[in-house]
Design a protein around this ligand. Structure first.
Ligand SMILES: Cc1cc2nc3c(=O)[nH]c(=O)nc-3n(C[C@H](O)[C@H](O)[C@H](O)COP(=O)(O)OP(=O)(O)OC[C@H]3O[C@@H](n4cnc5c(N)ncnc54)[C@H](O)[C@@H]3O)c2cc1C
Length: 427
């Protein structure tokens, strides 16, 4: 891998997401050698992926080169590599570009879509965890309308304009809201020769409310917002299968659709060598102690979505969200320095800063630890927080200008089929 051998202890970090980057930044000026490995050469701001899928933002405004984030740090090395295996005994990682020894390993590999073992759904549905997946979804949505315009078969046309989103968490809610706005503001202009009023957006949630992790007030208001936008909200219904045409559920209800977006769950992105054992717990995550050490290991740590830190308040682990990942990364950076200096580490304490979701123009719900609010002000707060956490001045400016433009013009100009999405099954 062409990494120099130095007298400093080598810390290998797998993953340049929220957790890996905040950890690397904390270690930047320390007497350690840091090697960060990621299969992408950029950091992805996942909370705005749905805007890429719906043509509101270009992908490069929510991605940032990892090398640029860490360019001024001495003793820092980035390698574009897919980590295939971890050899815990010999303290090395095996990747598609070679092997690397470590003194300390931090797994910050995040999470992946959880299909709960349903391979049919996995094969035919669309996921939205990465930028390439979001671009696929963007292409598919637009291709559907192009196809709908051409077909004279009414059932086929309806299925092409029918969008089913499974999962009523923030991802599903935000995507449904954005699709509803496209239906209202853009489709009639782009497709005057197609009856776009027939386009349907369904969101299906297995429990009795959407935005389950938020307050009852936020959940009810978000549902109101969605219904006012014309989204069909289905609750207490579990999707059982999708064969590329028909969505079946645990009730009599079925949906004919050419697009099923699966936003119903995630699980830890485990890596061979550390994927089976007593440390694997809820949602395929790595069980860690209060110092983020993986159960049974002194020198292997896990942070962010892949880690499961259990306490009284969070019996199945901290929420798989950006804040726990950022906070854990920072704290582990401090703890690793303490560990190397022979000082005792300090246990991680999660500071809950709240949660928020937007449903569309002027519509958002915000739950802060002490206040809850919804509507226009919540929408401004949502925008400010997302701009603040985006990495890079240029990205903030580009996103801000795009939002202002889209707001004033009621537009989404990135509705481009740059790389057509090839359906896996086609009649
Ligand atoms: C669509 C969407 C919307 C979201 N919205 C919100 C929101 O509004 N608010 C919120 O707080 N959270 C939100 N989240 C969740 C939040 O993005 C995650 O909790 C956060 O990204 C976790 O950070 P992480 O560093 O653990 O993992 P990630 O950010 O996922 O980073 C993991 C990194 O590891 C790399 N990697 C994984 N496996 C390997 C391997 N084997 N080899 C090399 N590299 C590897 C990946 O390429 C990636 O760069 C959203 C997530 C999604 C998908």
């Amino acid at each position: 891998m062409n990494i120099p051998v130095t007298s400093y202890p080598r810390i290998v970090i797998i993953g340049g997401g929220f957790a890996g980057i905040s950890l690397a930044k904390k270690l930047s000026m320390q007497e350690v050698q840091v090697v960060l490995l990621d299969r992408h050469n950029y950091h992805t701001f996942q909370p705005l992926l749905y805007q890429v899928s719906t043509g509101g933002l270009e992908p490069d405004s929510i991605a940032y080169p990892i090398r640029k984030i860490l360019k001024d740090f001495p003793n820092f090395h980035f390698r574009l590599a897919n980590v295939e295996e971890i050899n815990t005994e010999n303290r090395k990682v095996l990747t598609d570009i070679g092997e690397l020894k470590f003194d300390y390993l931090v797994v910050a590999s995040g999470s992946e879509t959880n299909y709960f073992g349903n391979s049919e759904i996995e094969k035919h549905s669309m996921a939205m965890k990465t930028i390439p997946q979001s671009l696929n979804l963007r292409s598919l949505i637009l291709e559907n309308f192009e196809e709908a315009l051409l077909t004279s078969n009414l059932n086929e046309r309806n299925a092409l304009m029918n969008f089913v989103i499974v999962g009523g968490g923030p991802t599903g809610v935000e995507l449904a809201g954005a699709l509803a706005e496209i239906k209202k503001g853009i489709l009639p202009k782009d497709y005057p020769d197609l009856d776009t009023r027939l386009a349907q957006i369904h969101i299906i949630q297995s429990s009795d409310c959407i935005l389950k992790g938020m307050s009852a007030q936020a959940s009810a208001k978000a549902e109101d917002f969605l219904e006012n936008l014309g989204v069909n909200v289905w609750k207490n219904i579990r999707v059982t299968n999708y064969d590329g045409k028909t969505v079946t559920t645990n009730t009599d209800l079925t949906f004919e659709t050419a697009t099923l977006v699966w936003a119903a769950g995630v699980k830890g992105a485990t890596i061979k060598g550390l994927s089976v054992g007593e440390f694997i717990t809820h949602g395929s995550r790595l069980l860690v102690n209060g110092f983020n050490q993986v159960k049974g290991f002194e020198n292997i740590f896990a942070v962010g979505d892949i880690s499961c830190m259990v306490n009284e308040e969070f019996p199945i682990g901290l929420p798989m969200m950006a804040q726990p990942a950022i906070q854990q990364g920072k704290q582990l950076g401090e703890n690793m320095v303490r560990l190397i200096e022979g000082k005792p580490m300090r246990p991680f304490v999660y500071k809950d800063k709240g949660a928020m979701a937007t449903v569309g123009r002027n519509k958002a719900v915000v739950d802060l630890p002490k206040f809850r609010f919804q509507g226009v002000f919540a929408w401004y707060v949502w925008m400010f927080v997302h701009l603040f956490f985006l990495i890079g001045f240029r990205n903030r400016m580009v996103v801000f200008v795009n939002w202002v433009y889209n707001y004033v013009r009621f537009d989404r100009e990135a509705r481009l089929i740059i790389r057509p999405f090839k359906r896996k099954v086609k009649e």
